[in-house]
Design a binder for this molecule. Structure first.
Ligand SMILES: N[C@@H](CCC(=O)N[C@@H](CS)C(=O)NCC(=O)O)C(=O)O
Length: 283
């Protein structure tokens, strides 16, 4: 059977990474049986490109990068999912896939990694992911992981925009997806196609998560996006319902505690890239 390497399921999402969730749903929609594997001790240096997901096919072929995985699987196992699409629909799918993977992703990153208090919502997951390490040694890999993601956010350029500017960009993209979807059950009509795998995963990695930022409220305010994500969730991930409900409850609490914008929200980015002094250590 195909093996897919990922992180951990979280919040009703099949994995804490939207990229892993995309490959997971692609294989489910395409009817390809697979198992989900974790790297030994979560060691990303053992991943072919230092990133997840990657797959190992039954004959040992290793493929890394979600789009390359999809292309590989289509070539090897056939492409029933997209067979009925016109050339124009396929072209739209390719562009939407890339917009989600290369641009929407940074919206997700902002909601989790930018503010210290948002990032701390990840803590229970890190405990699971790093359970093989003694408790007192877990902080450092978590700090390094966040620093790496914030560096990617900054170097991409999205992280140089203020929080509010990223939110403005998010609203236009969420509007675009919602307007295109309209009242269709799936992106291209009555049947799911491969682009639904990437769209669903990018939506639920905002809509289902416990992080309190307003981008998440905005996505959840769209009735058609709620119906779309519920439809796919009910069919493919009903076993994750308890996690999803727990995350929704966590989010309610986090929203109550949400601070308005102030000069401290960007402390970590400013410390890394503008020479701001670290916060004083608290016991
Ligand atoms: N272009 C890659 C991106 C995958 C990716 O960025 N995965 C993230 C998880 S959301 C990762 O593993 N990041 C680890 C790191 O950058 O150190 C793909 O489509 O597979």
């Amino acid at each position: 059977m195909i093996k897919m390497y990922g992180y951990l399921p979280a919040w009703g999402c099949s994995d804490m990474s939207p990229y892993v969730s995309y490959t997971d749903l692609y294989m489910r929609l395409a009817g390809l049986p697979f198992t989900v594997e974790m790297l030994h001790q979560g060691d990303l240096t053992k991943a072919p490109k230092g990133k997840l997901p990657f797959i190992v096919d039954t004959d040992g072929t290793v493929v890394s990068d979600t789009v390359l995985i999809e292309l590989y699987l289509k070539k090897k196992y056939g492409d029933k999912l997209d067979a009925k699409l016109s050339k124009e629909q396929k072209a739209i799918s390719t562009m939407v896939n890339r917009a989600l993977g290369e641009s929407w992703y940074w919206l997700i990153v902002q909601t989790r990694y930018r503010r210290d208090e948002d990032f701390s919502i990840y803590d229970p997951l890190w405990v699971k992911f790093l359970s093989w390490l003694p408790v007192e040694q877990r902080r450092e890999p978590v700090r390094v992981f966040r620093q790496r993601l914030l560096t990617q956010f900054w170097n991409h350029g999205a992280g140089r925009n203020s929080e509010a500017e990223v939110e403005t960009l998010a609203y236009t993209q969420i509007d675009a997806v919602s307007d295109f979807l309209g009242d269709k059950p799936y992106f291209h009509g009555d049947e799911p196609s491969s682009v639904d795998a990437v769209l669903y995963s990018n939506l639920v990695h905002l809509m289902f998560t416990p992080f309190p930022g307003p981008i998440i409220d905005y996505a959840n305010s769209k009735a058609n996006l709620r119906a779309y994500t519920d439809r796919i969730f009910n069919q493919h991930y009903p076993q994750l319902r308890a996690d999803r409900e727990e995350a929704a409850q966590m989010r309610k609490e986090a929203v109550k505690a949400r601070r308005p914008y102030d000069c401290d929200c960007d402390h970590s980015l400013e410390e890394l890239f503008k020479g701001r002094q670290p916060r004083p250590q608290t016991a």
